[in-house]
Design a protein around this ligand. Structure first.
Ligand code: HEC
Length: 141
């Protein structure tokens, strides 16, 4: 039985070897081999924030957040960079803030301006608040 297992293993390995050997290997400008699968993974910036794309859509769309928040300049509201840094340092959750479960930490003096938006965010699904959180947190440096 043990021998059969090893035999199958060798067979499987042989098969994979042959299957891959047929492909033409891609190389970069320096002649290094390029594995497209791993290359895509390595350059993907949103690996830690799978919902960030959805969050961006909500942020710029139904959330109307982009009117007051820009990526790295303060307009009416703090920049996304400032918000992300503050939440990172405080290990706080933007999703809870958007559900009015936690206090403002970035600019409490302007809280009333932001508060008006809870009418929108509290009506969102928990996953959508998570998506907004991930989009903003993905802007941290
Ligand atoms: C009318 C302008 C305006 C809109 C629209 C707006 N914000 Fe804000 N936002 C502000 C202002 C002003 C502050 C600063 C007050 C504060 O920190 O609570 C703020 C602060 C924040 C903060 C930091 C809260 C903290 O801890 O201090 C987050 C996160 C945030 N906004 C997310 C959003 C999201 C997500 C949306 C869209 C659903 C949105 N904002 C829409 C004006 C706005």
């Amino acid at each position: 039985m043990k021998k059969l297992g090893i035999g199958l293993g060798v067979l499987a390995f042989g098969f994979i070897f042959v299957a891959c050997g047929g492909d033409q290997k891609k190389t970069d400008n320096y002649g290094n081999e390029v594995n497209e699968e791993t290359t895509v993974k390595e350059t993907s910036t949103n690996a830690d924030f799978p919902l960030a794309e959805q969050g961006k859509e909500l942020f710029e769309g139904v959330g109307t957040c982009a009117t007051c928040h820009k990526p790295d300049t303060k307009v009416v509201g703090p920049s996304l960079l400032d918000i992300a840094q503050a939440y990172k340092e405080n290990k706080a959750s933007i999703a809870s803030f958007l559900n009015e479960e936690s206090k403002p930490i970035v600019d409490p003096t302007q809280y009333t301006v932001m508060k008006a938006n809870f009418a929108i965010t509290k009506n969102m699904k928990p996953e959508e608040r998570q998506a907004l959180e991930q989009y903003i947190m993905s802007q941290a440096k």
